[in-house]
Structures are given as C-alpha cells and as structure tokens.
Design a protein around this ligand. Structure first.
Ligand SMILES: [Fe+2]
Ligand SMILES: [Fe+2]
Length: 265
C-alpha cells in the first residue's frame, strides 16, 4: 500500500518489539441530502484538503480503508482524532462503516464535534458527545491498553482540556509500573501551560478551574518518569520535539497519505 510512512523507533528495553500504527487527521468531508445545506461546503473542503495534500492518490475515505487493512500488520492501532472535518450523518456513517469490527484505540480531536470548522465550543462538544461516541469502539475521552509490556494511552485533549478523570486514570496506569506512551490529538508542547493556550481555552468556554486542572495534568505528564513519549496529530505534518527531555512526535494527516509506524523495543 502506498503510504508516506513516518517511521519512529523507541528503545525502552522490551523483550520483543511492539509495532504501533498511528493514524490521525483523516478529515472526512462528506455530506448528503440529510445535511443538504452542507453539500456544497463539503465539496469545497474536500478540494481544500486535496490541495493541502498536494493532490494525493487516494481520497480520505480510500486512505482510511487502506490504513485499516494495513493495520493487520501491527500489534495496535491508535487514531488520534480529526476523523471528520465537521459533523454530518454521511461523515459519521462512513467512519463507522470502515471501522466496524476493527480493533483500534480512538481519541477525539478538535474537529469531531464541530458543525463547521471555526464554530467550536464546549457546549456543542458536551451536547453531541454521545452521538459522536456511538460511531467508535472504546472511550474517546481516554482509554488505555497494555501491549507487549508497553502501556498505550489515548486521550482526548482536542480542545487543550485535560480533565480530572483523565489525570486519575493516567495516575492509575502509572502505578502499574510499565512504560507509558501517550497519544493525544494536540501536540503536548502546545498544552495549556502557555498564555496562548489559556486564552484559547477561555474562548471555548472553559472555567478557570478547568484551565488549572489542565495545567496540573500537563505538568504531571511532563514530570512523571513512567510516561516515556508523546504522539499527536493536528498539525498535518511530521515533526519532532524534545519536550522537557521526552520525545514528542507529530504525525501528518492521513488525508495526505501519511501514517506513523512506531516500533518500540
Ligand atoms: Fe486536523
Ligand atoms: Fe486538529
């Protein structure tokens, strides 16, 4: 299959290598007569992503189908959000159909809840959560799984918010004593420790308490030695950071044909 692979190697002293497939930013942009007012807009967005992807061979639906087939070669698949570009029946029906019966961890991105990009709010996110979640297996707020001696956590930080529930679950996973890889949508380096991050959170309707909770969690993720590396999407291109001594990787959008192939040994 013709993907542009972001190949990542991590050495944690495992007995046997573990291979993880990282998919992110598919940006399905479909609409049908159930969302008639979105049909033209959807066509425009497909065109935008086609250009942003430099005229890729496949469309996002094709790449997602191929990637979920390719996933059979891996020990675990993690999808870090922006599965859709905006909420329509056609987008979520398509995602659910391709993912049905497949095994993966999925955490939400910032586009999962938006009727149109640029109109996000916590209110919309909370209001549409159950409908969106019904199209995916697992728990898109946070989920973890131990694979071959490594503990994989996928957590929603799509709006740069970390909740107490997430922090408590991560602390519980740390107590199990295995190295942790943390997958989330927004790169960890952009968390709410910055003024820009805090301002954007306020615009989305967070309380000051929620912002403080997010900062506390981000600091914990930074300082806890059992959390070994971070993986994210959102920026649509491959990038690497050293985040306070921890490797932090961003993998580009699957709509461009990019996917992450992570080998941990
Ligand atoms: Fe995205
Ligand atoms: Fe995003």
């Amino acid at each position: 299959m013709n993907f542009d692979s972001n190949k990542i190697e991590l050495h944690l002293g495992l007995e046997k290598p573990v291979r993880i497939l990282h998919l992110t930013d598919i940006h399905l942009s479909l609409a049908d007569d159930r969302n008639e007012n979105m049909i033209q807009y959807a066509a425009g967005r497909r065109n935008t992503f086609f250009k942003e992807g430099n005229f890729p061979e496949r469309d996002p639906v094709g790449y997602l189908e191929d990637a979920m087939e390719y996933a059979k070669d891996f020990d675990c698949t993690v999808i870090t959000g922006d599965m859709v570009d905006f909420v329509t029946y056609a987008n979520y029906d398509t995602a659910a159909k391709i993912l049905a019966g497949k095994d993966y961890l999925f955490c939400a991105g910032n586009h999962e809840f938006t009727p149109k990009p640029g109109t996000d709010s916590m209110e919309l996110k909370r209001g549409s959560w159950d409908y969106i979640q019904s199209h995916f297996r697992g728990n898109m707020h946070i989920e973890s799984r131990i694979v071959g001696g490594v503990n994989i956590i996928a957590a929603d930080n799509g709006f740069r918010l970390w909740t107490k529930e997430q922090l408590d679950l991560i602390k519980g996973e740390v107590a199990r004593g295995l190295p942790i890889l943390l997958f989330c949508h927004v790169p960890i380096a952009n968390e709410m420790m910055t003024t820009e991050g805090k301002d954007s959170a306020r615009r989305l309707g967070y309380t000051e308490e929620e912002i403080l909770q997010s900062v506390e969690t981000a600091q914990y993720l930074r300082d806890e030695p059992m959390i070994k590396a971070f993986f994210a999407g959102h920026g649509h291109h491959n990038q690497y950071w050293d985040f306070h001594g921890k490797p932090s990787y961003m993998t580009g959008g699957l709509f461009k044909g990019i996917l992450g192939e992570i080998t941990v040994d």
